[in-house]
Ligand binder design. Structure first.
Ligand code: SF4
Length: 182
């Protein structure tokens, strides 16, 4: 399986779960997340993943560091189905494409662990990418393991990011609405 990994902390539970469910099955991680802004945050999340990959059972990791910031923002801001659907489509389509090209049986994503993500949109994006590329999407609802993943990532002292990824989500997290003047 090619497992799209959004970050280190979110990878903890899905990896544990998949290894238990498919003993002996080989899982390769695939980091492709041009939605993480600004670049220093992107680098920090990627470094965290690299530093902890061995500890969380991710022995095979493919990293795509491409960072088309202008293109991402242009598309995200004008996407008819909304920026998050564009963002999920972008990452899962690329994952499906890579999986098909390199002979993997199927693909999935650690995004499916987060109760803060739009789970049904991620599922739809995965299914759509699977149809487009002609490869199976291994859908799993990892959310019941969210707290367990949080606990382990804290124990390991992993960096845990405080916002989703794009600059818009960072604004939504920190920017308090200014009260209008009368
Ligand atoms: S809020 Fe998160 S999922 Fe939505 S566009 Fe931004 S980074 Fe992507």
């Amino acid at each position: 399986m090619l497992l799209h990994v959004c970050c280190g902390p979110c990878s903890v539970f899905p990896l544990q779960h998949l290894q238990e469910k498919y003993p002996g099955g080989q899982i390769t991680g695939y980091f492709y997340n041009p939605n993480i802004h600004p670049y220093k945050e992107f680098a920090r999340r990627l470094d965290t993943l690299k530093n902890f990959a061995g500890k969380i059972g991710l022995d095979n990791l493919v990293i795509d560091e491409s960072y088309p910031l202008e293109e991402f923002l242009r598309q995200a801001l004008t996407a008819a189905a909304g920026r998050c659907r564009y963002c999920y489509d972008l990452r899962l389509l690329q994952t499906a494409r890579y999986a098909k090209l390199h002979g993997f049986d199927c693909f999935s994503t650690t995004l499916l662990v987060s109760p803060y993500q739009q789970h049904e949109l991620i599922k739809a994006a995965g299914e759509s990418a699977a149809r487009t590329e002609g490869i199976d999407f291994c859908y799993q609802d990892f959310r019941p393991g969210w707290q367990e993943g949080v606990r382990i990532s804290r124990e390991l002292e992993m960096y845990r990011q405080p916002y989703c990824g794009c600059v818009l989500s960072e604004r939504d997290r920190y920017c308090k609405p200014v009260r209008g003047h009368n």
